[in-house]
Design a protein around this ligand. Structure first.
Ligand SMILES: [Zn+2]
Length: 311
């Protein structure tokens, strides 16, 4: 009797160890070293001060390919205003924006798709869950992010990410690794060995995280961080679509631009006021952020909006 009990205990213990070892193997590929991004001290206190001090910064947005997805993934079709909207498969452009600051040089906001999408609808993704969970991508020749940067002869100084969903990080595989990559604090990187592994962030020394507790209040949004310290370029707290989602504000002399990332996918989402769909980590918060964007645009109609998946 005692011998049998010992055997059961031994088998159970071995099973637990095996499951733990397998889980470690699967999840270990999603762990990346993180560092805190330290922004310079800001002298600004509110939108009126920021908008009355325009800076030498510009932005251009490019499509790096198309991605297929369920409409319900990007739009909350359970919303009362969505009663007449059918869940269909939609094709949306996967964008990246190049910003240029006269003093600090060129940066990217999100990276779009890398060149692997020309031959493979899943890019660098592999694993048993890929075909079930990831939308198919497609790409015209020489529209990947590295080709765009080469054509424009751009030397990147860094990359700012709205969030770490694959359609925003894929391009990193073709970009230099010696520059800083920055995202919002607490953003999750989904990269699971054997299941769905893309290694989009492979080779980065660390991912820098923006700590919004050190920012200023920028209603109708939450906190904002003055990334260059001169009021030209702001990160705006906007968790909802993803845990550490960030919007970026470009306070240029030529134009003021809010890059919404997937807090607002496109003009249709903005016009209907129906928040992001099931790809989001918190539907209620995502709806709230979308409504803040609509209020912001009413208050500052001169600001141009660049949506996550519109060019
Ligand atoms: Zn997206």
């Amino acid at each position: 009797m005692k011998l049998q009990l010992n055997r059961i205990l031994l088998v159970s213990a071995s099973l637990i160890v095996m499951v733990a070892a397998f889980a470690l193997l699967v999840f270990q590929s999603s762990v990346i070293p993180k560092r805190s991004f330290s922004a310079p001290e800001t002298s600004y206190h509110n939108w009126d001060e920021i908008l009355s001090s325009l800076q030498p910064i510009t932005i251009r947005t490019y499509s790096t390919g198309m991605m297929q997805t369920d409409l319900s993934g990007i739009m909350n079709l359970s919303h009362e205003k969505a009663a007449d909207i059918e869940d269909v498969i939609v094709k949306t452009p996967v964008t990246a924006s190049i910003i240029h600051h006269q003093e600090f040089g060129f940066f990217l906001i999100d990276t779009g798709l890398d060149s692997s999408y020309i031959n493979n609808p899943y890019g660098t993704y592999r694993g048993i869950l890929v075909k079930k969970t990831i939308g198919k991508g497609s790409q015209e020749p020489n529209t990947n992010i590295a080709a765009i940067l080469e054509r424009e002869n751009i030397q990147l100084q860094g990359v700012w990410l709205t969030h770490l969903h694959p359609d925003h990080t894929a391009g990193i595989v073709d970009l230099p690794k010696s520059i800083p990559y920055v995202a919002g604090e607490g953003e999750r990187y989904i990269n699971f060995r054997y299941l769905m592994q893309s290694d989009h962030l492979a080779g980065l020394e660390a991912l820098y995280e923006i700590d919004f507790t050190k920012g200023i209040d920028l209603p109708p949004f939450g906190k904002g961080v003055d990334l260059f310290g001169d009021g030209s370029f702001w990160a705006i707290e906007s968790s909802g679509h993803s845990k550490g989602h960030v919007m970026y504000f470009i306070n240029g002399k030529d134009e003021r631009v809010l890059v919404t990332g997937d807090a607002c996918n496109d003009q249709f989402q903005f016009d209907t006021g129906i928040g992001p769909g099931y790809f989001s980590s918190d539907l209620e918060q995502a709806q709230h952020v979308l409504e803040s964007i609509i209020i912001f645009k009413e208050r500052y109609p001169e600001v141009r909006l660049v949506f996550g998946h519109d060019v």
